[in-house]
Write a protein that binds this ligand. Structure first.
Ligand code: S3P
Length: 179
């Protein structure tokens, strides 16, 4: 698959490593990296937490769709999507048209360890525990899987190895698509 003609979209639950892995992928592939949350913060000139508290979640979800469409107008990018992006069918349609979607997975325990000291995720505010994370992850799982072209488990793996695995799987996926 010619990476210059597509986008690589990383999807998955909060704390599955989308941002970290996309930075590593960008280094290895020399493709530019776009973090959707960061893009939205700059676009709106407000933190994610402030958008949620001052404008509400539906407003944030509309912003996500608007920004996703803008980002996907360009090809040859690594796009790290916010954890809720794959929950909306309209977004998934755009993602499928605009690139290859890679679902990163991790256990609720791993996610908890990665996100527990961060208060920048409104969805987990007041619910920062393994039980809540596990419940929400299970509820979201069917939509994540439906949106994914490829799935990569991240538990106990080095970031560099995850990036290599993604590149290899994309090449294999490309061969299947091109047949
Ligand atoms: C969200 C995930 C966050 C961010 C927002 C909502 C979600 O992104 O977009 O707080 O609904 O899962 P990360 O997955 O990058 O933390």
């Amino acid at each position: 698959m010619n990476l210059e003609e597509t986008n690589i979209l990383l999807i998955g639950f909060m704390g599955t490593g989308k941002t970290t892995v996309s930075k590593e992928l960008a280094k290895k592939t020399q493709m530019p990296e776009i973090d959707m949350d960061r893009y939205i913060v700059e676009y709106e000139n407000m933190s994610i937490a402030d958008i949620f508290s001052q404008k509400g979640e539906p407003y944030f979800r509309n912003l996500e769709t608007e920004c996703l469409k803008k980002i996907l107008k360009t090809k040859n990018q690594i796009i790290s999507c916010g954890g809720g992006v794959a929950m909306k069918e309209e977004n998934v349609t755009h993602m499928k048209e605009g690139g290859v979607t890679i679902l990163l997975s991790a256990t609720p325990e791993t996610v908890y360890e990665r996100v527990k000291d961060n208060s920048e995720r409104p969805i987990l505010n007041g619910n920062m525990n393994v039980e809540y994370i596990s419940g929400l992850m299970n509820a979201r799982k069917p939509k994540y899987e439906a949106a994914a072209d490829l799935v990569i488990d991240t538990d106990g793996k080095k970031v560099s190895d995850i990036a290599d695995e993604i590149i290899k799987k994309i090449q294999e996926f490309g061969k299947k698509v091109e047949k």
